[in-house]
Design a binder for this molecule. Sequence first.
Ligand SMILES: *Cc1c(COP(=O)(O)O)cnc(C)c1O
Length: 423
Amino acid sequence: MRLAIDGGKPARNAPLPPNYPGAVMMGQEEAAGATEVILSKSPFRYYGPDVQNAVHRFEDTMSAGLGVPYALGVSSCTSALIVALKALGIGYGDKVIVPANTFLATAGAVVCSHAVPVFVDVDDSLNMNPLDLERVWDEDVKAIIAVPILGNPCDMDAIMAFARARGVPVIEDVAQSCGSSYKGRYAGTIGDIGVFSFQMNKIITSGEGGAVVTRDALLFERAVRYHDQGLFRDKERYGLESDEEANGFIGQNYRMSELAGSVLIEQWNKLEGINASTRRNHAAILSVLKASLPGFRSRKVVDEEGYLGSNLGMILPSAETAAAFIRALDAENIGTHLLYGGKPVYRQPQLYEQRTADKNNFPFDYRFRKPVSYKKQPCQAAEDLMARTVYLPVSPLLTSEDIEQITEGIVKVHRALVSEARQ
Ligand SMILES: *Cc1c(COP(=O)(O)O)cnc(C)c1O
């Protein structure tokens, strides 16, 4: 069959639906929640004429849903990462291990917390390769951030075993994977602290927003304090004792507004439904591709049941084939993409050049026993795989007709560029 890029009939006449799963599911429920806050004239969580406790109720919904004692709503996942790092006492003179395949914010939050990220390579899952942790380990490392990329859970047993053996905590950056799980436990609840994003590009959303979850009362108290100018309001709610004189410290303002909280309660109620539809659509597409295309390769998944399937990661034989594959699928009206320009995060110029807004590029001016340069230690698997892993966004809204057209288009293009091109 002729490819659309060569003048053939495209597999679809219109682009795929936008893949903002939470945003496309917004409706009367979120509107009612936000209206309640507005009519109460109390958009701030801690006081007002008639506070609706929306953030408070969202935190309770989230902690009950995930099965953890403590959840804190914050303004973004970037602030959640900073709050988590500061709760752990991480700062100047510390290194934090971050996967090479992640969004700039994961590494940026480490720098904004005054520590320096060091990058660990990926494996065929496109997540952190636990076998590479030893390479970047030294005694300056004070935490590990695991990032399940696009709904695919990390190999948490191996990561936790490494971290526990070295006595360092693990933060799970679950920004892209809300509701995913590993061996029956929700991502974000396996390490010491989990952080979530509710920005619009994520699974559920209030436009902007984030959360911090933990089982540890002391970490929670420090997180609350750091996110709210060092204060710990509402102590009674948690039954925690905390002495203002002895335990207070200087913090930020990373608070969540009541408007965001009210929307997120309704989004959380939709989370399971969104993820179930997405998973079903992903499974339907993947099974056709596997059956029709010998040599078809997708990302390794360490826990199929816990995988969200919000994007289908297809591994192509080379970066050139991947680029041609994306171009050909675009012509079929099937939008796919490389993640982060197909480059490890340390290739972003800000990180590569270790440039910050501070004097002497603080905190990169710290003299570590083993100096940190991103130019000398590229992560080979990430350099290779990120440039040739093409992601198909899988919306919960796909119809069976969409799925037919998508699989037909991918099969056609894959045959032309990969399966048959090789013979
Ligand atoms: C989006 C994202 C963030 C940042 O989230 P914000 O809420 O936009 O601050 C952090 N980490 C990862 C892995 C992300 O995908």
